[in-house]
Design a protein around this ligand. Structure first.
Ligand code: SF4
Length: 305
């Protein structure tokens, strides 16, 4: 077999006598998730005990890898009573109440909040201060209950109006000033549509902020063109990850021979009958090592046996 790394695209290619397998060099962790995992690993390598408030990443396999190094995952209910430990805040960020609770309980915070999210929290906080003075509204376009949205709403004393779809438009008071933000992982098209609708109705001033993270939004068009090159496409992702579900949908629409798996154990080798080119990609929460494991498994089975 040959494993080559195409430096121009950072793709990993496994070639052999039956099948060629290529990993999308632009898939895998986004910058923010990598940043949080690096913070966790720094502590674990020092032999420190570390608890992560909520899943550090929406990928069970990566969580298990970190747990074998000593990390524990904590629910929000258990966080209430945790004392005198090191606690990791993940890439999604936390509301001010979590920092206050940590301080009250003698916890040391290892802050893995993505720098992009931290900046967004600051902008939301400033907008809220400004809106309060003019009886205005801060609106967040995002998923209710999503950790990042909870962290953003916390910057507004939980007074921000959260809009998950165009159906929630009637909750907005168009006679008051409006400042709009988006969760970093929202769809650009849906956000633009919402902006257009608010623009048409707003009577007392409207400002919108482009806060969608391009680390995520750029993946869709790139993936759409990458997935076309293969006879079979394997998408590796956590079943709880909304980014994984969305990107897998993109794969399936473009290439019907696309399959969504958590790890190599879920491979079905019937998928590869009479196929020559296999592509592999993953979500922003999928580690590269997991995609490599999938590629290796296919390669060992089809090119070696
Ligand atoms: S998607 Fe963007 S904003 Fe969100 S964690 Fe990743 S890099 Fe940060």
């Amino acid at each position: 077999m040959t494993l080559s790394n195409n430096e121009a695209t950072n793709r990993l290619i496994y070639s052999g006598k039956r099948i060629t397998i290529e990993i999308d060099g632009r898939s895998g962790f986004c910058f923010g998730v990598r940043h949080a995992i690096n913070k966790a690993e720094e502590q674990l390598q020092k032999g420190e005990n570390l608890v992560s408030l909520g899943d550090i990443v929406h990928n069970q396999k990566e969580i298990e890898r970190l747990e074998t190094q000593g990390m524990k995952t904590l629910s929000y209910a258990d966080f209430e009573t945790l004392k005198n430990k090191k606690v990791l805040f993940r890439a999604h960020g936390e509301p001010p109440e979590s920092y206050e609770k940590a301080k009250d309980n003698g916890l040391q915070v290892i802050d893995g909040t993505c720098p992009v999210v931290l900046k967004l929290q600051e902008r939301v906080r400033n907008a809220w201060e400004a809106m309060k003075k003019v009886n205005g509204q801060v609106i967040i376009f995002g998923k209710k209950g999503h950790a990042e949205v909870t962290g953003l709403a916390g910057q507004t004393e939980n007074q921000a109006l959260i809009i998950s779809s165009i159906d929630d438009l009637s909750a907005i008071d168009f006679n008051r000033p409006i400042e709009l933000f988006s969760q970093t992982t929202s769809s650009i098209h849906a956000y633009q549509y919402l902006i257009d609708q608010i623009q048409k109705k707003a009577k007392a001033g409207f400002r919108n902020n482009d806060t969608i993270c391009r680390q995520v939004s750029n993946r869709e068009p790139r993936l759409r063109s990458f997935v076309k090159n293969f006879d079979v496409f394997i998408f590796v992702g956590g079943k709880k990850s909304s980014n994984a579900k969305f990107l897998y949908q993109v794969c399936k629409e473009t290439n019907p021979n696309s399959y969504f798996i958590l790890n190599a154990e879920e491979l079905d080798f019937n998928w590869f009958t009479n196929k020559k080119k296999v592509g592999i990609s993953g979500a922003t929460s999928t580690p590269l090592w997991l995609m490599q494991e999938v590629a290796e498994t296919i390669h060992q089975k089809l090119n070696k046996e």
